[in-house]
Write a protein that binds this ligand. Structure first.
Ligand code: ZN
Ligand code: ZN
Length: 445
């Protein structure tokens, strides 16, 4: 029997409440996994609205935006890349869970009981704490999670800087719940746990008084994103900070937090943002002598090397002064405007692709995904001012035009087709000329 209170559509009131996990069990209890809405996708307008609100508040208070445009675009790029695999298959966090539930469950808690809802809330948050802690303490897991920490800024866009690789290890920590909690209830909380963590990525909220004792708050999570020595491996909580208080990893915010990785990557390229640490592990693995040492490179902390404790030495974390300037793009203002326009067009295609997944063939889906990845890479090259950026952008615009002409990338509003073709033809000519000029003046680069 279906739950009449649980709806597929999310109202404005529900949308606002779901960003803060303020939902009633009765309105989010579904019998089957297929009935569970894609709350994360439905949250897009609320992500945008809250980011705009943060921008306004920051302008009023400090007279400047909450972070750099280059940094925000890179965070959004990472968020987009992390969601692309879902166009082809259900996430491993759900498939593994359903497999365990169907084959090994011990009991079946009732899907429509408020008790099941609250137990799952605690269970998912507990699983998240341990996943997150291990993602910082086990090098191969850090290779995925470091993406989220690679921003040197701290604002709502940072929350969207998500890893492509992370879900391939996070599912393990939720698996025990599959022994007794129905997949539909788990799928609801997995999404709300993620959504709750959006609003805490901000500097515009200072201290929330007594709420700081129980909830994970902006202040607590700022510490988690810090690269000051006192911030390292602290505050792993998702929704409730109580886990850090219980397991001894809590740290209150005190001296000014400097954000990002202890060794900043200084790039806006999406592939480097996602995978650069895998390359580090690979080179360290082969450079480290002995089988057990090689094993430790993969499974001990990112700061470990032979002779050191499991999590490395805190003295080796570079000291910060609080005056560090985040890495920023040297691109001109005009180029940044161009990049924003191209990013917005790509975002429209991305949204349209997700909306039309059911009616698009696998080949078209793949073409669209390739085009989205190509666009994100090209934008990263332009922001990084890489020597090959002009060639890549000319090639990308040519690909767009060809896909448009062949009907594989038709804009939803067909009257725009002609305008798009003119615009992209101009872009090809502009970037083509720049590529040739570059080749003539610097043929070796
Ligand atoms: Zn983290
Ligand atoms: Zn975070």
């Amino acid at each position: 029997m279906k739950n009449p209170e649980a709806q597929q559509d999310v109202s404005v009131s529900q949308g606002i409440r779901m960003m803060f996990y303020v939902m009633k069990p009765s309105e989010t209890a579904f019998q089957t996994l297929d009935e569970v809405p894609d709350y994360v996708r439905k949250a897009t307008p609320f992500f945008i609205s809250l980011m705009l609100l943060e921008l306004v508040v920051s302008w009023i208070r400090k007279g400047k935006p909450p972070g750099g445009l280059d940094d925000a675009l890179t965070s959004l790029s990472a968020g987009i890349m992390s969601r692309l695999p879902r166009l082809f298959y259900r996430s491993i966090e759900l498939t593994s869970y359903v497999y365990i539930w169907e084959n090994y469950r011990l009991i079946s808690l009732p899907w429509d009981s408020p008790w099941t809802w609250y137990i799952t809330f605690l269970g998912v948050d507990f699983g998240y704490y341990w996943f997150h802690r291990m993602a910082h303490e086990v090098n191969i897991m850090w290779a995925g999670h470091q993406t989220h920490h690679s921003s040197e800024g701290y604002n709502l866009s940072t929350a969207l800087r998500q890893s492509v690789l992370q879900i391939y290890t996070s599912w393990i920590f939720y698996s025990p719940l599959a022994l007794f909690i129905p997949p539909s209830v788990y799928a609801v909380h997995l999404q709300f746990n993620l959504l709750y963590q959006f609003w805490i990525h901000t500097k515009v909220i200072d201290n929330l008084g007594p709420l700081e004792l129980i909830l994970n708050t902006p202040s607590h999570h700022r510490v988690h994103h810090g690269r000051n020595r006192y911030c390292i491996d602290k505050n792993f909580a998702g929704t409730l900070i109580i886990w850090d208080r219980i397991f001894g990893t809590f740290e209150a915010e005190n001296e000014k937090v400097v954000y990002g990785l202890t060794h900043p990557i200084n790039t806006f390229e999406p592939f480097k943002v996602q995978f650069h640490h895998l390359v580090n592990i690979w080179t360290t693995f082969w450079a480290t002598p002995g089988f057990f040492n090689k094993f430790s490179v993969i499974f001990k902390g990112p700061g470990w090397s032979p002779g050191k404790p499991r999590l490395g030495l805190i003295e080796e974390i570079p000291e910060v002064e609080g005056k560090e300037v985040p890495f920023s793009s040297s691109a001109s203002q005009l180029l940044k405007i161009y990049v924003v326009v191209q990013f917005a067009l790509m975002l429209a295609f991305y949204e349209e692709t997700f909306a039309d997944t059911a009616v698009l063939s696998q080949v078209i889906l793949l073409l669209r995904v390739c085009f989205i990845i190509l666009t994100l890479t090209s934008i990263g090259f332009l922001l990084d001012q890489r020597p090959k950026a002009a060639v890549l952008e000319a090639f990308r615009c040519l690909v767009f035009l060809m896909l448009c002409r062949s009907g594989h990338l038709k804009p939803r509003i067909s009257s725009f087709s002609f305008a798009f073709e003119i615009f992209f033809s101009i872009c090809i000519a502009f970037w083509g000329v720049r590529s040739v000029k570059q080749l003539v003046s610097e043929p070796w680069r």
